[in-house]
Design a protein around this ligand. Structure first.
Ligand SMILES: *Cc1c(COP(=O)(O)O)cnc(C)c1O
Length: 377
C-alpha cells in the first residue's frame, strides 16, 4: 500500500462539479482580477475567522508584506520573529526594509518562545511576527502583553493555521493583523496562488485594500505607493466552495493526529505536543527522529511519502548570511531542524493508511544504526 504525503485530487474530486459551475460564472462575468467574487470570499472568510475585515491578496507572502506595511514597519525598523518557519515570513520583513531579529522557539510547540521576546526588544523594534507553525497557535497572550508594554504591532503568520484557535479565540484576530496563505497544499487551498489578511483594525484594512490594488482609491486615483497584490476571481470561488468544508477537514486532521499519536507511542520518536491553550489544525504532523535523512529516504522507498518542514532554519540560509546571526544562538531551532520529519497528513487519510505509516516507520527505525530513543518532550 502506498501512502501519499497529500492527495489533493481526492480532496477536490467531490467538489469539481460545483467548482466548474462557479468557474463558468466567473468567466461569464469577467471578474478575473479582484472584483465581486473576491469581495464575496472576503465576507465569508471574515465571518469564518471572526474578524471584522478580510482582504484577499495574491498569496501569503503578499499578505505578510502588506500587513507589515499596514502596521507601519519602515526601513531601519526591527521586527522580532522566529527562524523555525518558511522563508516567506522573513522575506516579508526584509522587503519592508526592516531587519529580522530572531528569537528561538519553544521545544515542545515549535512556536515563538515568549520568555525570550522581551530581551530582543530595542528602541528600533516596531513589530512581532509569531508563526502558528504546523497549525498550532503560538502562545499569544504573553507575546501580546510584551507588545502592548512596548507599543509594538503584532502580525500573526497564520499561513498554516486556518481555523486554529488560541484559548478559544480564532488565530489571526489576536494581534493587529493575521496573514493566511491559500497555496494549494494549505488547509484551505486555491487552484493556484492566493492569500489573505484579516484584521479588526479599520486602518489596517483600509491600507491593505488600497495597497493590493496599486494604491487606487478609484481607477487612476493612486493615493499610496501600492502593489499589484490582487486575488483572482477564479481562486476566490474555489476558496468559497472549499471554505464550507474546512471545519470538517480540520476535525479529520485532528482525529488522524490522535490516531498517529496512539500508533507511535512506543516508537523512538518525539511526537507533536498540543499545548493546553491550543486547538490546532495539523497542517503538518511533524515528528522528530534520529538519523532523519536516512529515515526519510527509507520511508520513501517503502512507499510512504514524507517531507521535512523545514530542513534548514531560515537564519542559516545563504540569503541571510549578511544578518550574521551568531552560530549556536538559536539552539532549539537548529536541533529541531535536524530531526523534523513530516508524516502524511490530509483529511482523506484512511485508518489502514495511518496504520501502514506507523508500521513502516517502526520497521525503518528498527533498521537504523544505534536507534537512540529521543525522549518525548
Ligand atoms: C505558505 C507559508 C507562507 C507563504 O505563503 P505563500 O502563499 O506561499 O506566499 C508564509 N508563511 C508560512 C509559515 C507558510 O507556511
Amino acid at each position: 500500500m502506498k501512502v501519499p504525503f497529500l492527495d489533493l485530487a481526492l480532496h477536490h474530486e467531490p467538489l469539481l462539479p460545483e467548482i466548474r459551475r462557479a468557474f463558468d460564472e466567473v468567466i461569464a462575468s469577467n471578474a478575473f482580477a479582484g472584483g465581486r467574487f473576491v469581495d464575496q470570499f472576503d465576507r465569508e472568510f471574515a465571518e469564518f475567522s471572526g474578524a471584522r475585515h478580510s482582504l484577499g491578496v495574491g498569496n501569503g507572502t503578499d499578505a505578510l508584506w502588506a500587513a507589515l506595511l499596514a502596521v507601519g514597519v519602515k526601513p531601519g525598523d526591527e521586527v522580532i520573529t522566529v527562524s523555525t518557519t518558511f522563508m516567506a515570513t522573513v522575506e516579508a520583513i526584509t522587503h519592508c526594509g526592516a531587519r529580522p531579529v530572531f528569537v528561538d522557539v519553544d521545544e515542545r510547540t515549535y512556536t515563538m518562545d515568549p520568555t525570550l521576546v522581551e530581551a530582543a526588544v530595542t528602541d528600533k523594534t516596531r513589530a512581532i511576527v509569531p508563526v502558528h507553525l504546523f497549525g498550532q497557535p503560538a502562545d499569544m497572550d504573553p507575546i501580546l502583553a510584551i507588545a502592548k508594554k512596548h507599543g509594538l504591532a503584532v502580525v500573526e503568520d497564520a499561513c498554516q493555521a486556518h481555523g486554529a484557535r488560541y484559548k478559544d479565540r480564532p488565530v489571526g484576530t489576536l494581534g493587529d493583523a493575521g496573514c493566511f496563505s491559500f497555496y494549494p497544499g494549505k488547509n484551505l487551498g486555491a487552484f493556484g496562488e492566493a492569500g489573505g489578511v484579516i484584521t479588526n483594525r479599520d486602518d489596517v484594512a483600509d491600507f491593505v485594500r488600497l495597497f493590493r490594488d496599486h494604491g487606487q482609491r478609484k481607477k487612476y486615483d493612486h493615493v499610496l505607493d501600492g502593489w499589484n497584490a490582487r486575488m483572482d476571481g477564479l481562486q476566490a470561488v474555489v476558496l468559497s466552495i472549499k471554505l464550507k468544508h474546512l471545519a470538517r477537514s480540520n476535525e479529520l486532521r485532528r482525529q488522524h493526529a490522535a490516531t498517529y499519536d496512539e500508533l507511535l507511542r512506543e516508537l523512538p520518536v518525539i511526537r507533536p505536543v498540543v499545548a493546553d491553550y491550543a486547538l490546532p489544525v495539523f497542517h503538518i504532523y511533524a515528528i522528530r527522529v534520529d538519523h532523519r535523512d536516512a529515515v526519510l529516504a527509507a520511508m520513501g522507498e517503502a512507499g510512504v511519502a514524507c517531507g521535512i518542514h523545514y530542513p534548514v532554519p531560515v537564519h542559516r540560509m545563504k540569503a541571510y548570511e549578511h544578518l550574521n546571526v551568531p552560530a549556536g544562538s538559536l539552539p532549539v531551532a537548529e536541533k529541531c531542524a535536524d530531526g523534523f520529519l513530516s508524516l502524511p497528513m490530509f483529511p482523506e487519510l484512511t485508518e489502514p493508511q495511518l496504520r501502514r505509516v506507523a508500521t513502516v516507520l517502526a520497521e525503518v527505525l528498527a533498521a537504523q544504526p544505534a536507534p537512540a530513543r529521543p525522549a518525548q518532550v
